[in-house]
Ligand binder design. Structure first.
Ligand code: AMP
Length: 496
């Protein structure tokens, strides 16, 4: 696989170059290759070579990329699970993955998965990466083998695992390494998104593919903008990869500009709408940097379109384009409902062990090419640039996170005493600002008023990650209905 060959090559040629750095330490290309090889050797001895996926549980330590590569090099796809997820979500994912052996390189709390699991904790992971048997050569990977599985919110209340193959990733990297005019060897990338969000693939693997250094900022550091900026300045970050929401949080800090962050060459955005105002502020604060908007779902390996946002596009106002499809990808707009269909070499073969959902969302197009129905609506302008117009379903993007409103509702209904639930988004400053949950409760079990609302939020917090908890919970005697006796969500959206 070209990605692995390139990492090995950089390790051989310039082994001391830093591959990945976070606040807890850094790892050079030489050690990344050597340690992932030893951990891979350990895994090969420990596990049958059945290609089963392995969960890697952690956040941003330098052992995370070691574990990812070790899984892949030992013939197992990995499934990244961030420490920010709730116990219930983690156990749901572990149940679907079905592998009883887990890598947890940042914790000794190996009980989080429940009984029956064998968890390789921090110390043991580190030891196996240092002392494991060396795998001598890198096995050739069949392009159709899975490289990673990333779980996203699913409308039934259970997450679904998107399988990305070695070929999918390789095709993506051939293109992403040419973004922003081409990524030079030895560049520096910002890594901000959790590894369980596929935006992180853009910086981690485009970085490693191009022999660059990946600078990871953990959740705690992200909450202190000034400290984070000092960290990024000290590490000479050149390629900023994040959601627009994250850049907006940074823009609230007046010192977020080219005087402090001198080395920024480009902002690469994906995952949600890039508001024209955000692009304008970035152009103003970083006149020499490129602002690039990209679009795509996890099901088609990070993103499949890109465009550099020009001053002219900003001046025109209105929605910004998301760009033109990459080579190897075709985008079609369904004439009847304007749905965006993606066909091409980065489209996933489907959801892990979920034939029903796979058949509903994926299809085979011309000459056997894989296709995916995005659920997004869009159109092309006369220059061939794609614009995203909205959604056909009840999926939203909140601060870059993908959320199925039905997922939140299903989990609300799991709470004892909640008999009905409707979750609706609200809009703030022209984009989704959050969710409100309207519930009907059994008053014998859940009190009305503050205590009841608090209890529901707390119970939901045990089931869902914090970004999926509605801002407000409103208890009603009954939910309003439309003339057809459906829940009147439009009316709830107008309710303050
Ligand atoms: P995810 O799988 O989490 O990356 O989410 C994919 C979804 O995010 C897409 O189907 C779109 O709805 C939305 N999305 C991604 N990139 C953009 C963009 N540049 N502009 C608008 N929406 C986007």
């Amino acid at each position: 696989m070209e990605l692995l060959k390139r990492i090995e090559e950089t390790a051989r040629r310039d082994g001391s170059r830093s591959a990945y750095r976070s606040r807890d330490g850094e790892i050079s290309y030489r050690d990344l290759w050597e340690n992932s090889g030893r951990l891979a050797g350990y895994l090969q001895e420990k596990l049958p070579s059945d290609g089963s996926p392995l969960i890697v549980y952690g956040h941003k330590s330098f052992m995370m990329p070691v574990c990812f590569l070790a899984c892949v090099r030992s013939g197992h796809p990995y499934c990244p699970v961030d420490t920010g997820m709730t116990k219930t979500r983690i156990r749901d994912i572990a149940g679907i993955v079905g592998q009883l052996f887990i890598l947890a390189p940042e914790t000794e709390d190996t009980g989080i998965f429940g009984s029956g699991y064998e968890v390789l904790g921090q110390k043991e992971c580190f030891q196996a990466a240092q002392e494991g048997p060396k795998i001598l050569n890198c096995p050739e990977r069949n392009g159709e083998e899975s490289f990673y599985i990333i779980f996203t919110s699913g409308s039934t209340g259970k997450p679904k695992g998107v399988v990305i193959t070695c070929d999918n990733l390789e095709h993506y990297l051939q293109w992403s390494s040419g973004l922003a005019g081409g990524i030079a060897e030895g560049s520096v990338f910002l890594d901000q998104a959790p590894f369980s969000f596929d935006l992180s693939v853009m910086d981690l693997y485009t970085g490693l593919y191009t022999g660059s250094t990946v600078i990871a900022v953990d959740k705690t550091l992200q909450q202190d903008s000034l400290a984070m900026m000092a960290f990024l300045t000290a590490n000479h970050v050149e390629y900023w990869v994040s959601t627009p929401s994250f850049a907006e949080v940074c823009l609230a800090e007046p010192q977020f500009d080219e005087i402090r962050l001198k080395t920024i060459k480009a902002f690469l955005f994906c995952g949600e709408t890039l508001p024209v105002k955000t692009a304008a502020m970035l152009k103003n604060r970083f006149p020499a940097a490129k602002v690039i908007n990209t679009y795509g779902p996890t099901e088609s390996t990070v993103c499949v379109t890109a465009v550099e946002i020009t001053n002219e596009m900003i001046r025109r106002g209105g929605a910004l384009p998301v760009g033109m499809p990459k080579p190897g990808t075709k985008i079609l707009i369904q004439p009847d409902n304007q749905e965006v269909l993606i066909l091409g070499d980065t489209v996933s073969p489907g959801y892990f062990r979920d034939l029903e959902k796979t058949e509903a969302a994926f299809f085979t197009g011309y000459e056997g090419v894989c296709g995916y129905r995005t659920g997004d609506t869009g159109h092309f302008d006369e220059e061939g640039l794609l614009y995203c117009d909205g959604r056909l379903d009840r999926q939203i993007k909140l601060h870059g996170y993908r959320i199925e409103l039905d997922d939140v509702e299903t989990n609300l209904l799991k709470i004892d005493g909640v008999s009905q639930a409707a979750v609706v988004p609200f809009v703030r400053k022209g984009k989704v600002g959050g969710m409100n949950a309207f519930v009907v409760v059994d008053q014998c079990q859940i009190p009305q008023g503050f205590h009841g609302r608090k209890r529901i939020r707390e119970e939901l917090g045990k089931l869902l990650p914090s970004y999926m908890i509605p801002k407000r919970v409103i208890i009603l005697d009954e939910l309003p209905l439309t003339a057809n006796d459906k829940i009147d969500r439009k009316r709830l959206e107008r309710t303050r």
